[in-house]
Ligand binder design. Sequence first.
Ligand code: WTA
Length: 652
Amino acid sequence: MSNEPTIEDYYFEDRKFPPSDEFRAAAVAGDRSLFEEAEADRLGFWARQARELLTWYRDFDTVLEWELPYAKWFVEGQLNVSYNCLDRHVESGKGDKIAYYWEGEPGDTRTITYGDLLSEVSKFANVLKGLGVERGDRIAIYMPMIPELPVAMLACARIGAIHSVVFGGFSPDSLIDRINDAEAKIVITSDGGYRRGAPSGLKVNCDVALGSTPSVTAQVVVKRTDQDVEWVEGRDHWYHDLMAEASDDCPPEHMNAEDLLYLLYTSGTTAKPKGIMHTTGGYLTQVAFTHRTIFDLRPDEDIYWCAADIGWVTGHSYIVYGPLTNGCTSVMYEGTPDTPARDRLWDIVERYKVTQLYTAPTAIRTFMKWGTMEPAAHDLSTLRVLGTVGEPINPEAWMWYHEHIGGESCPIVDTWWQTETGGHMITPLPGETVTKPGSATFAIPGVNIEVVDDAGNKIERGGGYLTITDPWPSMLRGIWGDPERYMETYWSEYPGRYFAGDGAKLDEDGYIWLLGRVDDVMNVSGHRISTAEVESALVDHPAVAEAAVVGATDDTTGQAIVGYVILRGTAEAGDHLREEIRQHVSKKLGPIARPRTVVLVPDLPKTRSGKIMRRLLRDVAEGRVLGDTTTLADESVVDEIRSRARDSPQED
Ligand code: WTA
C-alpha cells in the first residue's frame, strides 16, 4: 500500500440537489435529528433502533461488547429473523398484504402475501429438519431469482441453520470451493432459470460440484424450467414432493443476537474467496433501519424494487431481510433488463407503480447507451426515490438517472457499503441531504467514517483511504474458518481502524467521494472479482505459463478484466488460443470473470525483487503514459507488451 502513489484529486463538482420542501416535510428523516441523537449517544441510538424496529423474545442486556476486532451487539438478546420478517406481520393482521410481486423473465407472474410466505417457509423449514438439518448446520443455496430462494433463506433462519447463497452465475468449481469451505450439509438448487429468453441449467452445475463435496448429504431441486435433469436416487429430492408432505407448523428457534445468520463469499486479494460471517440481531437492526430511512419507506403504500440479484449482498439485505422486516411490498424480477426488449425495467416500474428503484451504476450506463426513448415511453411518475450501489457512479450517469428516470424530482441515494458492512454506511438521507452528482455524501447516523493518509492520519480534505473508526451493528463478525485473515485484511493496515480497501476523498464541504478499490480487487459491473482468482484460473489452462490480471476502466462495466498471459514454450499463439483461454476462465469461475481481453505476452513487467507491477499493466490497458518505471527490472518488456496489447481484440 505505502508503495502506491497517493491518490490524486482532480474532479470538481458544484451542482447541488437539495430535497424539495414537500419531500422533506413528509420524509422518514427530514432533518438532522437522527444525526444529533447518534452523536449524543451512539449506542443508545442503535439500541433504540433495535428495540423499535425488531421484535425480541428476550431484550438485550448490553448494547455492545467490543474487543478489537470482535464485536458483540445486543448481548443476551434473543430473536428470530424469520419471525421478524413474517410471523409478526401476519399476527398483526397483515397476512394478506403482498410481500412480493414476482415476475419471471418469460412474463409469468406470482403474487405472494406475507401469509403465503409464512406457510411456505414453515413447511420448508420442516423439510430441512426432515433431511436432518440442525441448528448451526450450513446450507448452500444456488438458485435463480425465484420466490423459493427467499423461502429457502428464511427457512434456514427459522431453524437456526446458516445459509450460504452462491450466485447462480458461478461455475461448478466456484461452487465446490464455497461448499467445501463451509462444509455445507444440504444444497438447494433448481433445474434452472430463465436468462435472456432461454432456460439456463443450474442443477447440472451442482451435479458436477457434488462429485467433489463430501459434506453434502442431499440436494433439493425446485422445478422452474422443466428441462431434463439427471437424478441420483437417495441424494436428489424434488422440492414440490417434499413440500407436499410437510406441515406448515414450525415454531421459530429462539436465536441469540450473535448467532450466525449467514455466510456470503466475497473476493479478496488472494485466490481463495472469504466466507463473510453475518449474525442475527445487529445485522437485522442496521438493515431494517437503513432500508426504512434511506429509501424513505412508507410500508403501507410503497412498491419497492431492488433490481439486484439475491446472490449478492445487496439482494440479501435489500430484497430479503430489510424489506420483509419492514413489512413492505417488493417487486422481484427473475431475468435480464433487455428481455424481451430494452424497456423491460420501465415496463415493470409502470405496471407495478414502483415507488423506489435500487440498481447499479453499470446498469444505468447500459440504459444510457440504449437511449432515452425506452424510459420516455413509460409512465415512471410513481417513482419517489432512486438508489445506486456497487461502484462509484460517474456524474454523467447520475444526471441521466436524475433526469430520465427520476423526472428531476426524485432524490438519488448513492449508497456505499460492502458485503462486509452488511448494510448501508455512507449515503444521503433522501429527505435531508443536499446531494452532489457522484458523491455518496456522508456516513449514516451511528456510523463513524474517516479518510486517512498513507501513515493512517486522519485528513480533512483531499484523497486518501476510507476507514471506519468504530464497530457498527451489521459489521461482519469474521471470515469463516480464518480469524487471522480477518484481522490481517481489515484491522491491521491502520491499527484500531477497519480498512475497507477503497480510496476516498473529502471535498471542501466534507462530502465523501469514493475512488474505487486500492487493493488487487477489480469491480466489474459492481461485482468484486480478485485479480488473484482470475490469474489462477488462467494459469490453470495447460497452455499458460504465467499470468497477470488488471482491471482497466471500461465505459459500461466500470472496470473490465484484462489478462496478460505468457504461454508455455510449446503452445502456438493465436486468436483461437486466446479465445480458448478466455472461455477457460469462464468455465472455471463463471462468465462474469471472463477477461474482456487476453494479451499474449513474452514477459511481464517485474520489479527487481520479482513482483509483478500491475500499475504499469493498468497504464498499458488504459492506453496511458507509463508511470514511474524506475523499479522495473527490464524496461523493454513494457514496449513489447504495449504493441501486443494494441493487436489484441476486445471481446464482449
Ligand atoms: C464498491 C456491494 C462507490 C466499493 C454492496 C466497495 C461502491 C465494494 C459503492 C463492495 C458506491 C459499493 N460508491 N463504490 N456507492 N457501493 N462500492 O462487497 O469498492 O459486492 O468496497 O458490496 O463495491 O462490493 P460488495
